[in-house]
Design a protein around this ligand. Structure first.
Ligand SMILES: NC(=O)c1ccc[n+]([C@@H]2O[C@H](COP(=O)([O-])OP(=O)(O)OC[C@H]3O[C@@H](n4cnc5c(N)ncnc54)[C@H](OP(=O)(O)O)[C@@H]3O)[C@@H](O)[C@H]2O)c1
Length: 360
């Protein structure tokens, strides 16, 4: 017999997990050809990076001020990386960086403002080092059912997808210069659970035809996964990899605007073992960003530190949709993008010349 409190907790947990990340109607199996890790849903970011030396490496973590991003930044810095952490408010990024040991640089980044994205990318480029790890972690989750727009498209799509797409574009030249650059897109199971049935609704990107918070979030997370899939295709033959992941269900600030019941449900899910702690929630990001087993793995979707193929009625691995998304995203952000054919040595050379001139 279970008591009333346990029953209520179980009910609440089931609501939370089905709302955020249930996987009914889908079958997840190990992705073929990707090395299996010994880690699982309860491995922590510290455990998956034990013995990894990131000294001399430059990493960027967007959304470093709380939740998964903060823990990701903390552990990468602990392993020796120089980590750039971003926030919409520079002061919050500074405070987050001040709370951890290691070398960090706080920067301002508002993903719904593409001028801010460019300024942030330029500040990262001015560090004048190859970029080894770019973790697109920052995320927005609305509650209240009110459709909001940014740059003419629905706000989840603008922030979670398009802002990061511009950032990746602006930093590709530096990733090319790394011995093995890695792009990590923090997506979600919502990409195949809550996205619209027909996938990305290219004819409803402003949500004017039909809008629901969860679906809009799911669509933006599907866009994260498809963006990574097509980027991996474009980067084939280079030393840069691109992968996407679901971090788990974690009780973070993401749900700050949700009601008490929803928050209680998330807490219950975590305490009953359906969810993860923040330390566990950052594990897959840290694993995908650093594991030597994955230096040639690209275009995959990870959950619980292993690549999965999600069968069933969803668009997670839909290459045609990924290509269409790429083209549509380029059309929407074209004026903010630069074209790349390889490493951008120019800035480095300019900086080196400046240094020499300064010495004379
Ligand atoms: N928590 C979960 O259960 C869960 C499940 C699946 C996927 N995810 C994904 O995991 C990632 C991290 O989420 P979290 O749970 O750690 O949430 P969180 O604690 O709310 O962290 C989100 C981060 O994103 C930043 N951010 C929010 N809006 C932004 C914007 N417009 N421009 C730039 N940065 C912005 C926030 O920084 P500032 O507020 O300081 O700007 C914050 O550091 C997200 O992409 C989320 O979709 C989370």
């Amino acid at each position: 017999m279970i008591d009333r409190r346990t029953f209520l907790n179980l009910a609440a947990a089931s609501v939370a997990t089905s709302s955020i990340a249930s996987c009914s109607g889908t079958e997840r199996r190990p992705a073929i050809g990707v090395p299996r890790s010994p880690f699982d849903d309860h491995s922590t970011a510290e455990q998956v990076t034990a013995g990894v030396d990131l000294s001399g490496k430059l990493a960027v973590v967007t959304g470093c001020t709380s939740g998964i991003g903060f823990e990701t930044m903390r552990v990468l810095a602990m392993r020796g990386a120089w980590v750039v952490g971003t926030s919409r408010a520079l002061q919050r990024a500074e405070a987050a960086c001040a709370r951890i040991k290691g070398t960090t640089t706080p920067l301002q980044l508002e993903l719904s403002n593409y001028d801010s994205v460019i300024a942030c990318a330029n500040a990262i480029r001015s560090i004048n080092l190859p970029l080894d790890i770019l973790i697109c972690n920052a995320g927005y989750w609305a509650a209240g059912g009110q459709r909001m727009l940014a740059n003419g498209v629905e706000k989840h799509f603008a922030i979670n997808h398009l802002g990061h797409a511009v950032l990746v574009n602006r930093l590709l030249g530096r990733l090319y210069m790394s011995r093995q650059g890695r792009v990590v897109m923090v997506s979600s199971r919502a990409a195949y659970r809550n996205a619209p049935e027909r996938g990305i609704e290219f004819d409803n990107l402003d949500g004017s035809v039909d809008y629901a918070d969860r679906r809009a979030y799911g669509q933006s997370k599907l866009a994260n996964a498809l963006f990574s899939l097509h980027l991996a295709k474009l980067l084939k033959g280079t030393r840069i990899t691109s992968n996407a992941l679901h971090p788990g269900v974690i009780n973070t600030e993401l749900f700050r605007d949700e009601g008490r019941l929803f928050k209680a449900a998330i807490s219950a899910a975590t305490s009953l073992g359906f969810g993860k702690t923040v330390e566990e929630g950052a594990a897959t990001s840290c694993y995908v960003a650093t594991s030597s087993l994955l230096s040639a793995t690209s275009g995959e979707f990870f959950e619980d530190c292993n690549a999965v193929f999600v069968a069933g009625d969803n668009h997670l691995h839909d290459e045609a949709m990924a290509e269409q998304l790429w083209q549509v995203s380029e059309n929407l952000t074209g004026q903010y993008l630069v074209s790349h054919t390889g490493p951008d040595f120019n800035d480095f050379e300019r900086a080196a010349r400046k240094r020499q001139a300064h010495k004379k």
